[in-house]
Design a binder for this molecule. Sequence first.
Ligand code: AMP
Ligand code: GLY
Length: 433
Amino acid sequence: MNFLLIGSGGREHALAWKLAQSRLLHPEGREAGKLYAAPGNPGIAELAECVKLDVTDHDAVIAFCNDHNIGLVVVGPEAPLVDGLADSLRGAGIAVFGPSKEAAQLEGSKGFTKDMCTRAGIPTAAYARCDDEASAMAALADFPIPVVVKADGLAAGKGVIIAETLEQAQEAIRDIFGGMFGAAGASVVIEEFMTGEEASYFAITDGATIMPFGSAQDHKRVGEGDTGPNTGGMGAYSPAPVLTPMLRGQVLERIIAPTVRQMAEDGMPYRGVLYAGLMLTDEGPKLIEYNCRFGDPECQVLMMRLEDDLGEILYACATNSLAKLRAARFADQTALTVVMAANGYPGTPEKGGAINALDAAEAEGGKVFHAGTAMNDGQLVANGGRVLNVTATGESVSEAQAAAYAMVDAIDFPTGFCRRDIGWREVEREKTN
Ligand code: AMP
Ligand code: GLY
């Protein structure tokens, strides 16, 4: 069978790397299948045939799948899912890894998710969902300060404001209803501010069977010590030891399983990966938010550890047959990825800077996944904010961290930068253990 992978980031390079090894692409005694990527990037191009496809044109994607005998479509980013691409493909009889438009509301609408949590009794921050400015202003009275104000819809990770004063909260509400986040701000969710350490938990589900798929911790802020503006993520590691086996059990039992049950009961079974952002509070793990896709760069560290056939797992998910597979196996080792970004990120990143010596970095033993790169006359250059994901493994977070930075130091990317402290929380804990 042939695969089509949609997306162009480091997440998709890591998915392509694992998909390219799938037995489904290399059936014994038969002709090997082909991996296509739309649009892909220069790293993915080493593993797949990159094609231009307008993924908002669902008929064009269906026609491509039919013309190229695609047996499985894997959708990397959230936007095409929230836009209903999986529904269109399923409607045309094409197997697709990723939730329906209705089910993708778990990422596409924060209010939808909070209401689902209420129906299913899932632990999460207390909240109010408001459709107009006056009711949102009034609802603020019910929350202590600091308070969290969120635009309901997709806002490229920018629609969450932690307000330290009442005035900031009021300003955030005015901004959101004033159109600062476009259509994402048609309604707001006001939330109780939770304290604790954050961690991510992943599970793949076909709407009935749940396959736990590892844990990770990421670093969202651009600056060392988790300071400065938010980004898409400057680095991550997996597993996250802070999610102990006991806590993982609680997450599965109190958050993931009730979500899968509730979504099915509500007539919108969730198929795909559930990426739960969690706050580990004194009262136990609470859901901050769901994403309906793999995290970027969390996916990169999960793929480094995955020992099973990703193609088989995603195909089983897409065809409602996860129950036939055994639990996914992950290496005990830690994987850690450092994001190298272009100077200027998360503001306007400098484009076109030359990147060299990736081979020397990989000779150190890990993988360099491409995110925002481009090929310019045979020279690899920076072409986005987050450019490279330098990924290594080790017996501890400290070891994986040292290995990843040895790779970073081998890379020649003068117009790029990275944080030097990815994994610091766990490295500190490892020092005292
Ligand atoms: P989100 O875009 O929903 O992931 O939120 C971005 C970040 O805001 C999260 O990773 C948390 O650090 C923080 N955050 C969101 N909701 C809350 C909350 N209710 N309490 C404390 N922090 C929160
Ligand atoms: N790294 C955070 C995300 O993918 O949303």
